[in-house]
Design a protein around this ligand. Structure first.
Ligand SMILES: Cc1cc2nc3c(=O)[nH]c(=O)nc-3n(C[C@H](O)[C@H](O)[C@H](O)COP(=O)(O)O)c2cc1C
Length: 182
């Protein structure tokens, strides 16, 4: 059975990015995927401290915080959904540490890495224009390429600002279709 994990990067429980990520998961479940959800808000997750000690203790990172759990759940997954609200035209601070702490997976001594996994970006923004996501999309695609992660076309829901806005229009149906396309 294939496995999909959603990393929820919003501080808002039941917010727009979570609502759409859940819709992607529903579609994937219809295709036989098993799902896992990690709510990053509230987890003890620090940024990379550039100690250059990746894998020195056998694990990806020597920092003892919640990232060990995130790493091991990502290791088990075939597909990773990165769900984030657009904050100042980039990642939320809840999800950014996950990217910073991917450094072990470009290390020459990596015991395992992220190559061949599939990634989906699910992002929401209050801005009406889709080019508001340009910086985020560049970060996502370029980082995936460097890590050897295959990425789908990003799912970018614009013009959604208040909680519940993602339920309006066709966003949910499109997100479910995306999940079903896996
Ligand atoms: C701190 C903060 C920064 C934000 N920055 C942007 C931004 O740069 N561009 C934008 O269009 N919306 C911005 N927004 C609006 C959110 O992206 C929008 O409300 C989104 O739907 C929230 O998703 P969520 O419900 O999953 O948290 C910002 C909101 C907050 C709280």
């Amino acid at each position: 059975m294939k496995r999909i994990i959603a990393l929820l990067g919003s501080p808002r429980t039941g917010g727009n990015s979570e609502t759409l990520a859940q819709a992607v998961l529903r579609g994937a479940e219809e295709r036989g995927y098993s799902k896992n959800i990690v709510r990053l808000q509230g987890m003890p997750l620090g940024g990379c401290i550039d100690c250059r000690k990746c894998w020195s203790r056998g694990t990806p990172c020597i920092i003892e915080d919640g990232m060990a759990e995130v790493h091991s759940k990502i290791h088990e997954a075939d597909v990773i959904v990165f769900a984030t609200p657009l904050y100042w035209y980039t990642w939320s601070s809840q999800i950014k540490p996950v990217w910073d702490r991917f450094l072990p997976f470009v290390h020459e001594k990596a015991a395992w890495d992220l190559k061949g996994k599939e990634a989906i970006l699910v992002a929401t923004a209050g801005d009406d224009k889709v080019d508001a996501f340009d910086g985020l999309v560049f970060s996502f695609k370029t980082s995936c390429d460097l890590l050897g992660i295959n990425h789908r076309d990003p799912f970018l829901a614009h013009g959604v600002y208040n909680k519940g806005d993602a339920l309006k229009g066709k966003w949910i149906a499109r997100a479910e279709d995306l999940g079903r396309s896996l």
